[in-house]
Ligand binder design. Structure first.
Ligand SMILES: Cc1cc2nc3c(=O)[nH]c(=O)nc-3n(C[C@H](O)[C@H](O)[C@H](O)COP(=O)(O)OP(=O)(O)OC[C@H]3O[C@@H](n4cnc5c(N)ncnc54)[C@H](O)[C@@H]3O)c2cc1C
Length: 139
């Protein structure tokens, strides 16, 4: 992320999940933000890869935490409430929870997934997202 040197505009490199999430937070704080993505679409690196959003470091479901931060949770996901975990000796233990333990999400450029939803929310807050725009260096 660059310093706001261009008339207060903040420059962000990349349109993976982390960068639009930062842009959303900055835009909510009243900052002007431009996101530059080197590739022609979001999710170029992890096309159709299925990943899990886990409740790391909190007992609350990660989606509730995101919602509290003002980050959209309006993307396709599959909440998982049970499964098997393995200890250091490879012994399996069944786990089950009323609240989701994690949510499976698809990465990539397809409409409705995590990577697509975040730039949509960012744009609605006035963030400019430029594709095919690789930053050589940060201002
Ligand atoms: C195989 C695999 C499986 C994974 N599984 C999980 C999982 O299950 N759960 C989990 O939480 N995490 C998982 N991860 C990690 C997760 O993918 C990353 O933590 C996450 O994608 C990081 O988001 P990001 O926005 O920081 O970076 P990225 O998603 O990598 O996005 C960075 C973006 O920046 C762009 N960019 C880079 N440099 C520039 C530049 N100079 N100018 C313009 N644009 C630029 C890139 O093109 C890219 O689109 C996995 C990773 C891999 C590789």
């Amino acid at each position: 992320m660059g310093r706001p040197a261009n008339g207060g505009v903040i420059t962000i490199a990349g349109a993976g999940p982390a960068e639009p999430a930062a842009a959303i937070t900055l835009a909510r704080a009243g900052r002007s933000v431009v996101v530059h993505e080197a590739h022609p679409t979001v999710g170029f690196r992890l096309q159709r890869n299925v990943q899990s959003l886990e409740n790391r470091g909190t007992e609350r479901h990660v989606l509730s935490v995101l919602a509290d931060l003002g980050i959209t949770t309006d993307f396709d996901r599959l909440p998982c409430r049970e499964g098997q975990v393995f200890d250091a000796w490879d012994r399996a233990c069944a786990v089950r929870s009323r609240e989701p333990l994690y949510s499976m999400v698809e990465r990539g450029p397809d409409w409705g997934n995590l990577d697509s939803a975040l730039p949509v929310q960012a744009r609605m807050l006035g963030v400019e997202v430029r594709f095919n725009s690789a930053l050589e260096q940060l201002a």
